[in-house]
Design a binder for this molecule. Structure first.
Ligand SMILES: CC(C)(COP(=O)(O)OP(=O)(O)OC[C@H]1O[C@@H](n2cnc3c(N)ncnc32)[C@H](O)[C@@H]1OP(=O)(O)O)[C@@H](O)C(=O)NCCC(=O)NCCS
Length: 306
């Protein structure tokens, strides 16, 4: 076994190995792997590695990231991420995973990384180790990593014959973003939700997004809330539809979303989710995922389950 550099030339084989191991829960597509593990500027090329056997067949890989973009969106330079580490099950318990992890840790140390997170990277796959991967969780614990909290993906299936309605409030309105509102919207995110959500919106517009993925909540012309809605026509494969190949029908995604802190507790939070769902359903989508959230009780009010 040897470790070789992370290389786009091997993408087909990497996807094949991923799907051999994880397809039932997390079906990978080349387009998604390329988007999240190659085109992301934050991939740490010295840290990321492919493990090959003596006949140059891929038996594992690890993708490491650290913040390398110029954008000022509050991402921390002292954090390193392991986006994914995967070993062919026939080659487990042979020290290959440990060797790859040590490689990443050494590179991170040299670059001044003080804290390593598993998942949660920019252009992530997972907000942490998937719950069902018990062995993986135990393995990381043995390497000295600690579990910190839990996040959930939620889903709701709608009856296609039911009518999706947008809530009605006298003082506010819900609308899809039009491209002329882009700067006003980015200012709103910068003010109310600086960080990852702002970062993702900036990239969305850079990739040619025209606004159909954002529902805005407006009061007297000003933006006071937003909800992102994703489907297969979005310019980016968004996080809540990563695993859409699990379903025969079109999958929609809700989130991120938020209400200006000064306007909370007026029913707008739930209402903007309902508005987002209504826009998706008008596009013929009857299955919707909300990913990476702790607000299980909040979304339960609208029929979402873990
Ligand atoms: C979560 C958020 C959108 C809620 O907005 P809001 O306008 O305050 O919420 P609403 O007024 O619509 O709340 C409606 C109901 O949900 C409940 N609720 C609100 N926030 C909740 C939370 N964090 N957890 C559980 N229930 C919550 C309310 O108590 C209310 O219940 P009721 O109908 O029984 O009275 C808002 O707090 C926010 O923007 N938070 C920061 C961003 C965020 O966390 N987004 C979600 C990411 S997954």
């Amino acid at each position: 076994m040897k470790l070789i550099p992370w290389s786009l030339d091997r993408i087909t084989e990497i996807v094949k190995l991923w799907n051999k191991e994880l397809h039932n829960s997390f079906p990978m597509r080349e387009e998604l792997l390329k988007q999240n593990s190659f085109l992301d500027e934050n991939v740490c090329l010295d840290g990321s590695r492919i493990a090959v056997d003596e006949r140059d067949r891929i038996i594992g890989f690890v993708v490491a990231k650290r913040w390398q973009e110029e954008l000022q969106v509050g991402m921390r330079k002292e954090v390193g991420w392991i986006q994914v580490i995967l070993i062919d099950h026939r080659y487990r318990n042979l020290g290959i995973g440990k060797k790859m992890l040590t490689h990443v840790e050494t590179i991170f140390k040299d670059k001044g990384i003080e804290r390593i997170l598993i998942g949660r990277d920019p252009w992530h796959y997972f907000p942490g180790i998937p719950h069902e991967l018990e062995d993986t969780k135990r393995w990381f614990e043995r390497q000295g990593y600690e579990q910190q909290g839990k996040d959930y993906d939620l889903m709701c299936n709608y009856d296609s014959s039911s009518i999706a309605s947008t809530p009605d409030f006298e003082e506010v309105e819900f609308s899809l973003l039009i491209i002329e509102e882009k700067d006003q919207f980015l200012d709103f995110l910068h003010r109310c939700f600086p960080g990852r959500w702002e970062y993702e919106a900036i990239h969305y517009f850079e990739k040619g997004g025209n606004g159909r993925e954002f529902v805005l909540l407006k009061k007297e012309g000003g933006i006071i809330g937003f909800c992102r809605i994703n489907d297969s026509h979005s310019p980016i494969i968004a996080q809540n539809v990563y695993w859409a190949p699990l379903f025969r029908d079109e999958l929609g995604g809700i989130g991120p979303l938020g209400i200006d802190a000064n306007e909370r507790k007026n029913g707008y939070g739930l209402a903007i989710v309902e508005a987002g769902v209504a826009f998706l359903r008008k596009r013929g989508i009857n299955r919707v995922v909300i990913d990476w959230t702790g607000l299980v009780d909040f979304y339960k009010k609208l029929g979402y389950d873990v």
